[in-house]
Design a protein around this ligand. Sequence first.
Ligand SMILES: Nc1nc(=O)c2c([nH]1)NC[C@@H]1CN(c3ccc(C(=O)N[C@@H](CCC(=O)O)C(=O)O)cc3)C=[N+]21
Length: 411
Amino acid sequence: MASSPITMMKMKLNNCSPPSTAAAARFLPLLGPHQIRFRSSLALFHNPSFPRTIITRSTFSSSSIITGKFFYFAIPKLLSCFVFRRDVKNLKLEDDQTRIQRSKMGLIDGIAAMASEASVKVIDGKKVAKDVRDEINAEITRMKDSIGVVPGLAVILVGDRKDSATYVRNKKKACEAAGIKSYEVCLPENSTEEEVLKYISDFNDDPMVHGILVQLPLPSHMDEEKILHAVCIEKDVDGFHPLNIGQLAMRGREPLFVPCTPKGCIELLHRYNVEIKGKKAVVIGRSNIVGMPAALLLQREDATVSIVHSRTKNPEEITRQADIIIAAVGKPNMVRGSWIKPGAVIIDVGINPVEDATNPRGYRLVGDVCYEEAIKVASAITPVPGGVGPMTIAMLLSNTLLSAKRINNFK
Ligand SMILES: Nc1nc(=O)c2c([nH]1)NC[C@@H]1CN(c3ccc(C(=O)N[C@@H](CCC(=O)O)C(=O)O)cc3)C=[N+]21
């Protein structure tokens, strides 16, 4: 399939292309786009399994698909009813085996590549995060007015990683804006585990502090397991304590806190009315902080969940079956358009810096999903930046408020 003209067309020198496809794309001028479209349309007619009731509302002029001696006036009609069923308000996900099969055969790729990008819903994490923060703000005011308690969040940062320093700064700003008091400790890279444990122990005992976050990753000489275990579960607003994760994994149990990033992903799906129950979900990546808890959460929401990881044999094929994809691997643009079932909803957790000389910072951020390909196939997608990232911080504030309420028995 990699050599089909349709695929080559799709891969044409976009930002997601590895250098090898750039070489392949040199042959493209030999095949005009009209011929490519024509071929894919013909393939549709000649495929007996192609149902008549499909597909999207793209608009194509008939002239764009006239090629050679053939004139298929029926084609524009067919294409114009090609529906990915992307009802914006109530994103209904399709569960349609024939579609997957056609997608596998490469037939749908041609159409998907032509589908109008305007019909993809961009999930605005920044906006939703703002809404969530406003709600938290109101609750914090209510609590302060009623019982005089201000929620407090302690953040421990060890070492001088620039990205970590930025996240911590952003968290602090968000706390202040929401009316949460933040307590920050920055320790040098060469601090000892004991020093970190001492701070954790002090915060555990401090009644002003309702949440404790140890910024990850820790320097390599520290035992992450030991340190995360030291945070008392009642203040574990990151939800990384093994007891909280254990409760998350068990049926009929409730964790005190759910990890912020996965919680943010689910919150986005809820707020965009994406049905999860009964859907096929694929989580790409199995980290303790995102992939694994995200899979557990989706399962709690009654999705059927598969986890794709570095040792998965056929990640593309498995991912292509998903109605909902959560990508959390940390590999820029790893998920290509061909991995995505038409109409799928994509939550892209990756935040990867890639070199970009045109950007004043010298880099720009991209997700784990090749955005420009994905928007042609998916029904909804989170952008990077402005997708999951802001939700992570909003959920941290939400967990801190939850903790302060619980500790003070405030309803
Ligand atoms: N104990 C712990 N808890 C964490 O929650 C935690 C952590 N350690 N270590 C690092 C990761 C990463 N993380 C992010 C939070 C917000 C954005 C965020 O807001 N990103 C913006 C872009 C920011 C920019 O432009 O640089 C966005 O996606 O729009 C990103 C990443 C929390 N983490």
